[in-house]
Design a protein around this ligand. Sequence first.
Ligand SMILES: NC(=O)c1ccc[n+]([C@@H]2O[C@H](COP(=O)([O-])OP(=O)(O)OC[C@H]3O[C@@H](n4cnc5c(N)ncnc54)[C@H](OP(=O)(O)O)[C@@H]3O)[C@@H](O)[C@H]2O)c1
Length: 259
Amino acid sequence: MRDITLVTGASGGIGADLARVFARHGHDLALIARSGPKLEALADEIAAMGRPRPLVIVQDLVERDAVDKTVGALAQAGARVTILVNNAGYGVAGVVRKQEPAELLGMVDLNIRALLDLTLRFLPDIIAAKGKILNVASIASYFPGPGMAVYYASKAFVASFSRALNQELKASGVTVTVLNPGVTETGFQRRAGFHNIKELSKMKGVSALAVAEAGYQALMAGKRVVVPGLDNKLATLIVPLVPDALLLPLVARFQGGRV
Ligand SMILES: NC(=O)c1ccc[n+]([C@@H]2O[C@H](COP(=O)([O-])OP(=O)(O)OC[C@H]3O[C@@H](n4cnc5c(N)ncnc54)[C@H](OP(=O)(O)O)[C@@H]3O)[C@@H](O)[C@H]2O)c1
């Protein structure tokens, strides 16, 4: 049986860098995303580092049977997940009343439903192996996000669920770490529509690799929460103290949605 670290959303951005960091530290990997050629290229890159070539699972995690198919692909390869990295996720900027319902529901399906389904499915093996779970949320999990309301709320779910699960699993030796990046330059901005928003398009933030390194170190140290970057850390400490009447119009302006 091959013990695997499963990374979702590994075809680019933070997920690809998480895969590189795990590989560098000797982990045997399985990579999931919809873009097969990008996953194959990353698997080749990791194999060229002298590491075991990752299993590539081309899968849209929004499909209802996505996790069944993933479990099947892993079983066929004789692999058991001992570390789960739930990274795949997306956001779309804009006010709720003007957004496509399918985009908003798809966000819930990927950011919440798929993450929960994967966690539930692999938890017995992770507990048996005293393994670990890394869930990627966001600093957006710390406050409501008018102008990107469903995305912020989805990340609040991820952060709350992860912290609670970490507590529930204390006696089992399994740790759950939530990684809360701030603005990170990846394909996320393009999909979110951030290039249309002046304040956000100017922000560079922490690199995807630095976010991945911080996530890896925190996971291995068994930390509950990690926020990469000093500005982001300060934001998570200060912003939740600001009353809604002041905070929500500010976030709406930051998001470019004049709500
Ligand atoms: N970038 C930021 O500023 C930022 C800030 C805070 C939190 N985050 C969080 O960090 C995580 C990674 O985001 P990123 O910035 O690296 O974004 P990204 O560059 O857009 O990468 C997203 C990854 O998710 C995969 N993905 C998207 N839809 C999928 C689906 N239906 N099924 C399977 N895989 C899917 C994408 O691959 P395919 O397109 O090939 O499927 C890609 O590998 C997300 O959870 C995001 O919410 C990002």
